[in-house]
Design a protein around this ligand. Structure first.
Ligand code: PEP
Ligand code: MG
Length: 575
């Protein structure tokens, strides 16, 4: 038995056989073939392309049906890459002229294309690189007469991979993929966000795990504490089966909470809203009893595609979600690109410090026409429901001033064009310490604040949010974080504007209680986190939350505050 430690990013326990996605790149295929075998080698290559195409088409159909069109689109791009003339013709030429075996010829051509796409790690063409890797993996496996395993598994399995691209994660069949573990990533990485949306237990950041595992080994994956147990003893297996049963029972009971009102024991109503990344996720709102959308991350609409969505396309997409929501509110965020999210089409240059670079509102203000297109689409969609605009990563006053000017311009242009629209409530994310510290000034300019704790923690404690090596510094209870939130909440109250939390901290029930105690009005989180948070709120009084919040600043560390909060909330629970 061996135990590996990573970071649990999506809750749940998975027990089963592992299926390892080992990269076939950099394998030494070098070898020459005899002239008489050349036609056969070329046929072998063409056959592999054919089978890869069939597989992509089948996956595309499947995914479009289960997860929606947006995911299906990813595979249209894979087909384009597979049918790339250079890739096909150059490989065949190399087999013919150099006499290389198909695998080696293919790998050489591929390497050349990858070289042209910049160095590994270059963010500029990262999406293309990942897509190309996905496609090439398939061709390699068919060249080796294996069924490609990068997407399709026939039996229930826990997937182990170095990293998972957005398309791979999206392509998993949630019925068969019972968990996954990767070597890199973090709680806020794309893989983690998708795992939570699909409700698949996941662990990331386990060094070298694909080298340590073999197909078919039995493993236990604990998405709560980030452990991966390989070939467990029967005693441990029994213990985890019990734990899994308990969790599934608890989750089933939690679904039942969707109809219960979210209020404290002393009657304070607290709205619990959902964070979504894709329009298709809207069905989860009903499942978990969300009262609306507190954060719609629009950047996912721009990823994995070759051309930017027009005003019309964005308008229809936002409007569709709003209509599905009926009269429930939706907070929609303008593009938060940069940091760890990139759009190849926008050709954003590589930066040394992307999280401190041309990200979010900074990027939008450097691309005014692009920004106005999105603002107009939102204002037009807002005509059909309760829509509110949220601006990410405000760090200086001028950014909100300029944004308001642009919104005015958009309004007069829309009016001139005779398009229906509404002037919408405008809020900002408080996720940079400078914004929290001038929140008295900012509160006079906007209609609401939303705390992005994922970034607020990153920028306040100077801890890269996607670096698993320093995840111990990622401390939501750090007194500095709580102080910045308190300052901003107090300033918001003075101006009579509402505050909400939309970072991951809102989904941790104990933190949620403290933040409510500090005066935050509303919480927004991954939909699946709502039942747990609601359950704790329903057995705690608001008075207690306020008392706890009043004491937290007497402690010096995250650890001390965490222990105090846990202990006090538990005491309350027993009464
Ligand atoms: C945050 O920073 O907390 C947040 C909600 O935004 P994102 O995770 O998209 O940066
Ligand atoms: Mg953020």
């Amino acid at each position: 038995m061996k135990i590996f430690q990573g970071i649990g990013v999506s809750p749940g326990i998975a027990i089963g056989n592992v299926s390892v996605i080992k990269s076939r790149f950099n394998l030494s295929y070098q070898g020459k073939i005899q002239a008489k075998n050349l036609p056969h080698e070329i046929e072998k290559f063409k056959g592999a392309l054919n089978l890869a195409e069939k597989e992509i088409l089948a996956t595309q159909k499947n995914i479009t049906k289960t997860l929606g069109e947006k995911y299906g689109e990813i595979f249209a791009m894979h087909l384009l890459l597979l049918k790339d003339k250079v890739l096909q013709e150059e490989t065949i030429k190399s087999i013919k002229n150099d006499g290389f075996v198909a695998e080696y010829a293919f790998q050489r051509v591929l390497n050349k294309i990858l070289e042209n796409l910049g160095k590994k790690g270059d963010t500029l063409f990262e999406d293309e690189r990942k897509d190309l890797f996905d496609v090439a993996e398939k061709v390699f496996s068919y060249l080796n007469r294996e069924k490609s395993r990068s997407f399709i598994i026939k039996e229930k399995a826990i997937i182990a991979a170095h990293d998972l691209s957005p398309s791979q994660t999206a392509a998993f069949n949630p019925e068969l993929t019972i968990g996954f573990v990767t070597e890199i990533g973090s709680a806020t990485s794309h893989t983690a966000i998708m795992a939570k949306a699909l409700e698949i237990p996941a662990v990331v950041g386990v060094d070298d795990i694909t080298k340590q595992l073999e197909d078919e080994q039995t493993v236990i994956l604990d998405g709560f504490n980030g452990e991966l147990i390989v070939e467990p003893t029967s005693a441990l297996l029994g213990k985890y089966k019990e734990k899994q049963k308990e969790y599934l029972k608890k989750r089933k009971n939690l679904y039942m909470t969707k109809g219960l009102v979210s209020k404290t024991t002393d009657g304070k109503r607290i709205s619990l809203m959902a964070n979504i990344e894709l329009p298709e996720e809207i069905h989860t709102l009903v499942k978990y009893g969300a009262e609306g959308i507190g954060l719609y991350r629009t950047e996912y609409l721009f990823l994995n595609r070759r051309n930017m969505p027009s005003e019309e396309e964005q308008f229809h997409s936002y409007k569709k979600v709003l209509l599905l929501l009926r009269d429930k509110p939706m907070v929609i965020r303008t593009l938060d690109i940069g940091g760890d999210k990139f759009i190849s089409e926008l050709r954003t240059p590589t930066e040394l410090n992307p999280f401190l670079g041309n990200r979010a509102i900074r990027f939008c203000l450097s691309q005014i026409e692009f920004f106005k297109t999105q603002l107009k689409a939102m204002m037009r969609a807002g005509y059909y429901g309760d829509l509110r605009i949220l601006i990410p990563m405000i760090s200086i006053f001028e950014e909100i001033k300029k944004t308001k000017e642009l919104i005015k311009e958009c309004a007069s242009e829309l009016k001139k064009d005779g398009k229906k629209f509404r002037e919408l409530p405008l809020g900002i994310m408080i996720e940079v310490p400078s914004a929290a510290l001038i929140s008295d000034i900012l509160a006079k300019e906007v209609d609401f604040f939303s705390f992005g704790t994922n970034d607020l923690i990153q920028y306040t404690i100077a801890v890269d949010r996607v670096n698993e090596k320093i995840s111990y510094l990622y401390q939501p209870f750090h007194p500095a974080i709580l102080k910045l939130i308190k300052i901003s909440v107090d300033n918001a109250k003075k101006c009579g504007i509402k505050t909400s939390i939309c970072g991951e901290a809102a989904s941790i029930p104990e933190i949620a209680c403290v933040l409510l105690g500090l005066g935050v009005d509303e919480l927004s989180m991954s939909p699946s986190a709502i039942p747990d948070v609601k359950q704790l709120l329903r057995k705690t009084s608001f008075k207690k939350m306020t008392e706890i919040a009043g004491k937290v600043f007497e402690f010096s560390t995250h650890e001390e505050i965490h222990n105090y909060v846990k202990k006090t909330l538990n005491e309350r629970g027993k009464k």
